[in-house]
Design a protein around this ligand. Structure first.
Ligand code: CAA
Length: 247
């Protein structure tokens, strides 16, 4: 069966939605008929170019800051209506082996990748419960499932997202809200291109499909999970990794 497009022009908020995987998710949702708002934190020029090219409005806020997130989502909802679809995609890496990792690098990754999910969900969940509809998708990672050399911070955050997802799914199921994770493998984005070429080649060699993921491969999963008729799928983690890790 083909996933049903939204019956109304539901508003979808995609954090980190102006580039990389987030850009493909924003565009994918727009193509499905959602009204999309893409948040970004730093790269104004990229956000402006993205918005001009796609017609998708952008909103600057720091998802690793509880008060800024709460305030920004209040403003967004006052201007555009309730957020009915939330995609927690904002994420960073600060790779390094544990014995060289600074507390700052630990903290930054946990705050941006994991705490941000609490902050955004905290801001939208009461409204979703009242309206008895919501779709939340948290973008985790293969490395949260299998671990990765040099990524104790990132793997802890991404694994944490899966536990967060399951718990919030249990709390929200009776209210028409689904909460799921998508765990991409290595996707052809700036984040992955920053890995040293010889290290990256070794990783690609281990992907049975034989290539990096395209951002659109991840966007397709999000479209599936947020569809109106995907209402019996909750608390799951959908892997999209070319067979690199089969859990
Ligand atoms: N397994 C076992 N040993 C490894 C290893 C591995 N995967 N990688 C490196 N080592 C070994 C090295 O051979 C080396 O051993 P010797 O000292 O005996 O020579 C030792 O560990 C140190 O390795 P490095 O010189 O690479 O250490 P470094 O401090 O310079 O760099 C690192 C560490 C930055 C973590 C580097 O290894 C690296 O970039 N690794 C890739 C990390 C990675 O995959 N990040 C993913 C980013 S993309 C992403 O996160 C998106 C997503 O969701 C998938």
């Amino acid at each position: 069966m083909i996933a049903k497009a939204p019956t109304t022009d539901r508003l979808a908020l995609v954090t980190g939605g102006t580039r990389g995987i987030g850009e493909a998710i924003s565009i994918g949702l727009q193509e499905q008929g959602y009204r999309v708002l893409a948040s970004y934190q730093r790269n104004q020029a990229v956000a402006d170019e993205f918005s001009a090219r796609t017609g998708i409005p952008v909103f600057k806020f720091d998802a690793s800051d509880f008060d800024a997130t709460e305030q920004s989502i209040r403003t967004i909802e006052a201007d555009m209506g309730p957020v009915e679809v939330l995609v927690n995609n904002a994420g960073i890496t600060r790779d390094g082996v544990l014995h060289k990792m600074t507390p700052q690098n630990w903290q930054d990754v946990i705050e941006t990748n994991l705490s941000s999910c609490f902050y955004t969900c905290h801001a939208v969940i009461a409204g979703m419960r009242e309206r008895r509809f919501g779709r939340i998708v948290n973008i985790s990672s293969i490395n949260g499932l299998e671990g990765q050399f040099g990524q104790t911070n990132y793997a802890a955050a991404k694994a944490g997202m899966c536990g967060f997802t399951k718990s919030l799914a249990k709390e929200s199921a009776r209210y028409g809200i689904t909460v799921n994770s998508v765990a991409p493998g290595y996707v052809d984005t700036d984040m992955v291109r920053a890995i040293a070429p010889e290290v990256l080649q070794k990783i690609i060699d281990k992907i049975p499909v034989g290539r990096l993921a395209k951002p659109e491969d991840v966007a397709r999963c999000v479209n599936f999970l947020v569809a109106d008729d995907a209402d019996f799928i909750t608390g799951t983690t959908l892997s999209v990794n070319g067979g690199q890790y089969m859990s």
